[in-house]
Design a protein around this ligand. Structure first.
Ligand code: SAM
Ligand code: SF4
Length: 347
């Protein structure tokens, strides 16, 4: 029988595993886990280099038409104070980002129909003409015409997680959504030549280790430019309130390391929700396969209103604090900031 160490070696060389093999690595002991992290960090260094790309997130609207059962800003949560940023607000933040080594803006929001195809197109083209930033959008499901229009206006990338590859679990989590439609959105984005990012939530209620392993392999099969995954953390004002953390904390980090071994050339961000697991969560990820950091650049006083889950870090800080904090973190890790846009390595 193959040992876990053999399986890690196999993933390192061939970038392929079966569901059962992924499960075995997810259950690795301390020594095997250390080896997994070492190999994932080596793979990151070999294929992606030592640069950490800084992609500032601007959470520009927390209005959402959808009711995802895990999300703190879902439509039915009436306790949320809703807000929208203006084009001027967004441009001010983008110009600040250029001065603190951030080369991409990630425009994230709920699914907010106020931002029509044209209105969002105007925001994208203003950023394109007034800054040198690469532009990523993460605003949910839209039709192919809209994605094509935004690309024509200057959008470089799009992030849309599939959340879980199980149609049944997807239905439990999304009372008003359909996995096939979401996957079609991802296929459309790829077809249009938009750099595409996707991923999943780790530890949704009723998820099994076999399902988590299937999600890792499904994300790999999509041949993504970026893979963003994070722990599901229960929010008190959602139907999933009170759900405990599904796994021990270490297992969440193993997911990222396995993803790196299977996807050598994908950009993998150290996502914010890992800091809600452990205060140094994102720093640990950067040494275990991740190569992208997304500082929160949402201006105050709006950050407190974009609480997808409890324990989200940096809610009291402003863009300057987050920008300088990450530069210190990168320094301590002995890595360097990526000066270019950090476009896909798959192109
Ligand atoms: N509305 C867009 C969408 O859903 O694609 C973009 C914004 S949405 C808030 C970004 C991501 O937040 C989702 O893809 C989901 O995985 C994550 N998220 C929502 N609720 C969460 C929770 N309770 N714990 C961890 N992540 C959560
Ligand atoms: Fe809306 Fe996105 Fe939250 Fe779902 S995850 S409720 S689409 S903001």
């Amino acid at each position: 029988m193959e040992t876990v160490t053999n399986l890690i070696e196999k993933a390192y060389i061939y970038h392929t595993l079966t569901v059962d093999e992924v499960i075995k690595i997810l259950m690795a002991d301390k020594e095997e886990t250390d080896y997994l992290y070492k190999q994932a960090d080596l793979m990151r260094k070999e294929k992606m280099g030592d640069e950490i790309y800084l992609r500032g997130i601007v959470e520009f609207s927390n209005y959402c038409v959808k009711d995802c059962n895990y999300c703190g800003i879902r439509r039915s949560n009436k306790q949320v104070t809703r807000y929208r940023l203006t084009l001027e607000d967004i441009l001010t933040v983008c110009k600040k980002m250029e001065t603190v080594k951030q080369t991409t803006v990630v425009l994230q929001s709920g699914e907010d129909s106020y931002y029509t195809k044209e209105k969002m197109g105007d925001i994208i083209s203003a950023i394109r003409s007034e800054t040198s930033l690469a532009i990523t959008v993460s605003s949910g499901e839209r039709d192919i015409e809209t994605y094509a229009y935004w690309k024509a206006k200057g959008m470089d990338r799009y992030l849309l997680r599939f959340e879980t590859s199980s149609p049944d679990l997807f239905a439990v989590c999304h009372p008003d959504d359909d996995l096939d439609y979401r996957l079609r959105c991802l296929a459309n984005l790829k077809m249009l030549g938009v750099q595409t990012g996707s991923g999943f939530l780790i530890g949704l209620p009723k998820e099994t280790l076999a399902q988590l392993s299937a999600d890792i392999l499904f994300a790999t099969s999509l041949e993504l430019d970026m893979i963003g995954v994070g722990p599901f953390i229960a929010h008190e004002s959602t139907p999933f309130k009170g759900a405990p953390l599904a796994y021990n904390r270490e297992l969440y980090f193993r997911v990222i390391a396995i993803l790196r071994l299977l996807n050598p050339k994908a950009h993998i961000p150290a996502t914010t929700a890992f800091d809600a697991l452990l205060p140094e969560g994102r720093d640990l990820l950067l040494a275990r396969g991740a190569n992208v950091f997304m500082p929160n650049m949402t201006p105050q006083p709006f950050r407190q209103y974009y609480q997808l889950y409890p324990g989200k870090p940096c809610l009291d800080e402003d863009g300057d604090d987050c920008a300088f904090c990450i530069l210190g973190r990168i320094n301590r890790l002995g890595r360097k900031v990526g000066n270019d846009a950090g476009h896909s390595k798959r192109i």
